[in-house]
Design a protein around this ligand. Structure first.
Ligand code: BTN
Length: 255
């Protein structure tokens, strides 16, 4: 349900964020990540926003519900020069930029469910899908896709207990353009290394010292979540006491 008209606007976003970005807005796309993959020759800093997505994609082949005018559906093109800067680190920067922007704009303190979900009250407010193309040992490009549920909307039944919107938790109503600019500004400060994202990442990591389920394509097992290392890998302790560092996979706390 949309309570007020909240149009996306290129100029109002651009005037509030670094000149690194070149913003393009569409009324409707199948997926902003897919569009950018098909136009990956565009310059670094290209940002694609859509007011609605018909086939918004999440991790592991899932859909990202993207109703018109309700959320932020955004993809950002990067061409990182550093070999070490990878999908994991860029996903972490985007997660921290997202929680920082939500906190500044709405005074809500979210947490991060490794690797790519932003939670409030254990419900998912936002998700990140980082996709890249490898060329001779370095990333030819990276696309950071982020979807943030902003305005309250009627959720499909299967999302009712797991997803939420920012406005389910606050009476503050502000233009999406402001949140987008705050997110892009924070992200650039981490990407350009003017600010550190790791300490906030550690502070807001969800389920520390809790028993989690680790889900990989091969197996699912229980472990204790200990934290993240400097490469943003998840540090866990397995049932046999051994320590492991995960750079992919998924976690769940539903035992
Ligand atoms: C997830 O929850 O697994 C990640 C969701 C990522 C959704 C965003 S919305 C903008 C961009 N375009 C997509 O198709 N997906 C990402």
């Amino acid at each position: 349900m949309i309570y007020y008209i909240d149009p996306l606007n290129k100029e109002s976003i651009e005037k509030n964020c670094p000149s690194f970005y070149d913003i393009h807005i569409f009324d409707i796309l199948d997926s902003t990540n897919t569009w950018l993959q098909e136009h990956s020759g565009l310059p670094e800093g290209t940002v694609i926003l859509a007011d609605e997505q018909t086939r918004g994609r999440g991790r592991n082949g899932r859909c990202f519900h993207s109703p018109k005018g309700s959320g932020i559906y955004c993809s950002l093109l990067l061409t990182p020069q550093e070999n070490l800067l990878d999908v994991l680190e860029c996903t972490a920067m985007a997660a921290v930029a997202c929680i920082k922007a939500i906190e500044e704009q709405y005074n809500l303190a979210c947490s991060i469910k490794w690797l790519n979900d932003i939670l409030l009250d254990q419900k998912k407010l936002a998700g990140i899908l980082c996709e890249g193309k490898l060329y001779q040992n370095h990333m030819e490009y990276l696309i950071i896709g982020i979807g943030i549920n902003v305005h309250s909307f009627i959720r499909p039944k299967e999302l009712e207990s797991i997803a939420a919107s920012i406005e389910d938790y606050t009476a503050i109503k502000k233009p999406r353009n402001e949140l987008i600019a705050k997110f892009l500004t924070a992200f650039y400060s981490y990407y350009s290394k003017s600010d550190d994202f790791r300490s906030l990442y550690r502070q807001r990591l969800a389920f520390v010292q809790k028993t989690i389920q680790v889900i990989t394509p091969q197996e699912t097992y229980s472990a204790i979540l200990l934290g993240v290392d400097d490469r943003c890998r998840l540090k866990i302790q397995k049932a046999d006491g051994s320590i492991d560092y995960l750079s992919s996979g998924e976690i769940s706390i539903r035992l």
